[in-house]
Write a protein that binds this ligand. Structure first.
Ligand SMILES: Cc1cc2nc3c(=O)[nH]c(=O)nc-3n(C[C@H](O)[C@H](O)[C@H](O)COP(=O)(O)OP(=O)(O)OC[C@H]3O[C@@H](n4cnc5c(N)ncnc54)[C@H](O)[C@@H]3O)c2cc1C
Length: 493
């Protein structure tokens, strides 16, 4: 997304742009695979922060809705809990309408928790409003820079974003019901972090979802295709199956890239969209991410399947009982707990769907995993066991599922192979601790002419953030070439 949005902005500015992509098509993590004769989205599924995409297309004189079919989701996600030892489990939907969610929470966990939810919403909205423009859209934020940008009330506003506390800890201010703490703690996994180590600032993700989650007609991969189309119409060229092996530096500045096989492509500037750890020390402005600082990886199963017994929404989460054990296993023991929580995206469900009942449907199942893919694949018996336990958890919640063909399975080693030097980490460096958000590189590389975009640099992972990073990189590049050294800030919403 970072590379594509940079290509769109740079080609619009009249630059001669070539996109060098090692895969056979665009999308990167937003890839699409095939199982049972169906094309299944194998990466991101939750589309938020539409304003970033409206901005990208709008600046090119186009309307997003003319290129991507977006349907607002009324149900944000369906959550199910495995019955625990006391027999307590249950299902809870969250809705785009906050009051409807509060009502559902009231029915699920009582009136006090419904009131707590409304307080939590107000707090997450406040954090979001403080940081949307000052942090997300800035070139490379620092704490003094943030305070300056926030004006006279900068310090109190920043303190209210609670960077010193963990997300899990701060959620305890609001919710007594551990299931709700689990539900909202899970938002840290959207950036590959543990709720027990991520700053409470990530509460803002709850607000991002309340501002709108959209389903993409034809699947989310269409977003990547649409941005590539925009860039192409403005003159950008795409080379697929082209592996960039080296960024060429001569006389202290970037002069192009070298492809596998030795071909050199001369360039005045390069925007790099791979994982930052793939760069050499010569050009990387921050250290490579050590394995113990990597964000989450995952094991994913993409399949065509017949389902029954549980009314699936588009986004479904099946929570295992011991959430703390999952993150301890991943970040401390570098393993996967016995029964991990399962996210299931039922891609034919949700608003605007006309999927015939009983027909095989497209599913993506995902569990979190440590990003140790560079140590080799998970053994077959471990993968079989994980599949068995994940299906067992969903069965405990009522879902029966029969795949109609072999699923396409990707483990951390698979992600590492797709995204070089990542170890399979899907979100760059883990956003852990108060300074985690400031540890990412900004838009400039270490040598003139190199720019950085993507989920491993500022403002971080997720489709909208990575898209924003590409726009920031393009703006920095254009400003540098125009001799303007001022900090780049994009309009935020
Ligand atoms: C399973 C999964 C679920 C996710 N869920 C969500 C979600 O629901 N919502 C959300 O917002 N985000 C989600 N994300 C995160 C989101 O997909 C990413 O943050 C975002 O798509 C990353 O974009 P990027 O710009 O970093 O580029 P990437 O997607 O990492 O793409 C980089 C591209 O560069 C290419 N490349 C790398 N190195 C080279 C090289 N040397 N030569 C040539 N080409 C190269 C790669 O092939 C790839 O196409 C998810 C990710 C995954 C994998």
């Amino acid at each position: 997304m970072g590379g594509l949005s940079a290509a769109a902005d740079l080609s619009r500015a009249g630059l001669d742009v070539t996109v060098v992509e090692r895969a056979a098509s665009v999308g990167g993590k937003m890839r699409r695979v095939e199982s049972g004769g169906l094309a299944i989205d194998a990466g991101p599924t939750v589309f938020t922060m539409r304003w970033i995409f409206d901005g990208l297309f709008g600046d090119a004189g186009q309307r997003l809705e003319d290129h991507i079919g977006l349907i607002p989701a009324e149900t944000l996600a369906r959550h199910a809990w495995q019955p625990d030892r006391s027999g307590r489990g249950g299902n809870l939907d969250l809705f785009a309408d906050v009051n409807r969610s509060a009502e559902a929470i009231g029915d699920f966990a009582g009136a006090a928790e419904a009131r707590a939810y409304l307080d939590f919403c107000a707090r997450s909205a406040d954090i979001y409003r403080t940081l949307a423009a000052s942090f997300i859209a800035a070139e490379r934020p620092s704490i003094p820079g943030l305070v300056a940008r926030l004006g006279p009330f900068g310090i109190p506003a920043l303190m209210r974003t609670v960077p010193m506390r963990t997300l899990w800890g701060a959620l305890g201010d609001h919710f007594k019901d551990q299931r709700l703490r689990q539900l909202f703690g899970r938002y840290s996994t959207y950036v590959g972090a543990s709720p027990w180590a991520a700053p409470a600032t990530l509460m803002l993700i709850a607000h991002v979802e309340q501002e709108g989650v959209w389903l993409v007609r034809g699947g989310i991969h269409e977003v990547a295709r649409a941005i590539a189309g925009l860039a192409e119409r403005q003159g950008a060229r795409f080379r697929f199956g082209a592996q960039m092996d080296r960024i060429v530096v001569e006389a202290g500045r970037v002069t192009g890239v070298e492809l596998a096989g030795g071909e050199r492509l001369p360039a005045d500037a390069v925007v790099f969209n791979g994982d930052i750890s793939a760069l050499t020390d010569e050009v990387r402005p921050v250290p490579a991410t050590p394995p113990n600082k990597r964000s989450l990886s995952a094991v994913t199963w993409c399949m065509a399947a017949q389902t029954s017994g549980f009314d699936l929404a588009h986004h479904n989460v099946f929570f295992a009982e011991n959430y703390a054990a999952e993150f301890k296993a991943i970040f401390k023991n570098r393993s996967i707990t016995e029964t991990p929580t399962v996210y299931l995206c039922a891609q034919d469900r949700g608003e605007g769907s006309n999927h015939p009942a009983g027909a095989p449907e497209r599913l993506l199942a995902l569990i979190n995993a440590p990003a140790d893919g560079d140590r080799g694949p998970l053994p077959d018996h471990v993968m079989a066991d994980l599949a068995h336990r994940s299906v067992g958890l969903m069965q405990d919640c009522g879902l029966e599922l029969t795949a109609t063909d072999d699923p396409v399975v990707t483990d951390p080693a698979g992600f590492h192979a797709l995204f070089p030097a990542s170890g399979g980490a899907l979100y760059g460096r883990a956003n852990h601790g108060m300074m985690g958000s400031f540890a990412r590189a900004g838009a400039r590389g270490k040598v003139p002419g190199l720019y950085l975009a993507g989920g491993s640099v500022h403002p971080g992972p997720g489709i909208p953030m990575a898209t924003m990073s590409g726009r920031i990189a393009a703006a920095r590049l254009l400003a540098d070439f125009a001799g303007d050294r001022r900090t780049v800030m994009l309009p935020a919403g």
